[in-house]
Design a protein around this ligand. Sequence first.
Ligand SMILES: NC(=O)c1ccc[n+]([C@@H]2O[C@H](COP(=O)([O-])OP(=O)(O)OC[C@H]3O[C@@H](n4cnc5c(N)ncnc54)[C@H](OP(=O)(O)O)[C@@H]3O)[C@@H](O)[C@H]2O)c1
Length: 266
Amino acid sequence: MNQANNRNIAVVTGAAGGVGKAYSLGLARRGYDLLLVGRTQATLQTLADEIVAATGRSVEIAALDLADAAQLAQLVQRLGADSSITLLANLAGVAQFSPFTQISGGKIAQTIAVNISAFTQLCHAVAPRFAAAGKGTIVNFASVLAFRPWAEFNVYNASKAYVVALSQSLQAELQEKGVLVQVVAPPATATPFWLQAGFSHENLPAKAVMKADDLVAAALIGLDKGEQWVLPSLSDSAVWDAFQDSRVNLVKGMMNGTVAERYIAA
Ligand SMILES: NC(=O)c1ccc[n+]([C@@H]2O[C@H](COP(=O)([O-])OP(=O)(O)OC[C@H]3O[C@@H](n4cnc5c(N)ncnc54)[C@H](OP(=O)(O)O)[C@@H]3O)[C@@H](O)[C@H]2O)c1
């Protein structure tokens, strides 16, 4: 398992999830061998067998809990050491639909552990190696909720805003080094995500919810195009450009070293 074999292994966290299954299959169809990460060995093995049967690619599984520091460390070690791993797709995600005043401390800790800590450490495991090699791809699944928080998804919103912010920093640092850092920002998508979060997507207007297969197909086309930002449901890409411009203008307006008039004592 090394570059002399010209192998490209894609590591997918959340591989057995509602998006991860089809996304992993799509990567295999694009010629990647796979390392599928999730918590349940049997589910991962079933998925691996299906992908091998469909594509003939080599598929490994790693059954581990990303919220467990020791288990995460094993994966981090592999990602840092194995030069055949050329793509990391961070799909694992946890959410809880609950007022912040009622969410449990345990659920907060789990959300931060998976969506922020593990996500960051996995990016950190591959980034130096990808940069040194002058190639590699990191795909980070964020959410529309990173841009417009929904009160009952409080900690989740914030975790996905973190995914966006860290990804932007990595894009700025790694683009010049030949590394693609891609953010996928799905809208509400019909997967088991919602039930595990404690809110059924059936309560949303049907037209606001994307089919998982449509999301995956779009995300993979975004990957084929090498886009840094994949916004699968946004038809008018000028809206995104205007949003990015407005952020730049906001910061330009703030970086002037002077106090705005309304904050000067009369
Ligand atoms: N569905 C949506 O509406 C939507 C919208 C915007 C963004 N997203 C984001 O898109 C990504 C994929 O979502 P999805 O709809 O596929 O969600 P999903 O069906 O709930 O799958 C989430 C995956 O995360 C994995 N995971 C959770 N906690 C873990 C842990 N402690 N250790 C290891 N793996 C863990 C789960 O693994 P197990 O197999 O072990 O349970 C599961 O496979 C997520 O990052 C999500 O936040 C989803």
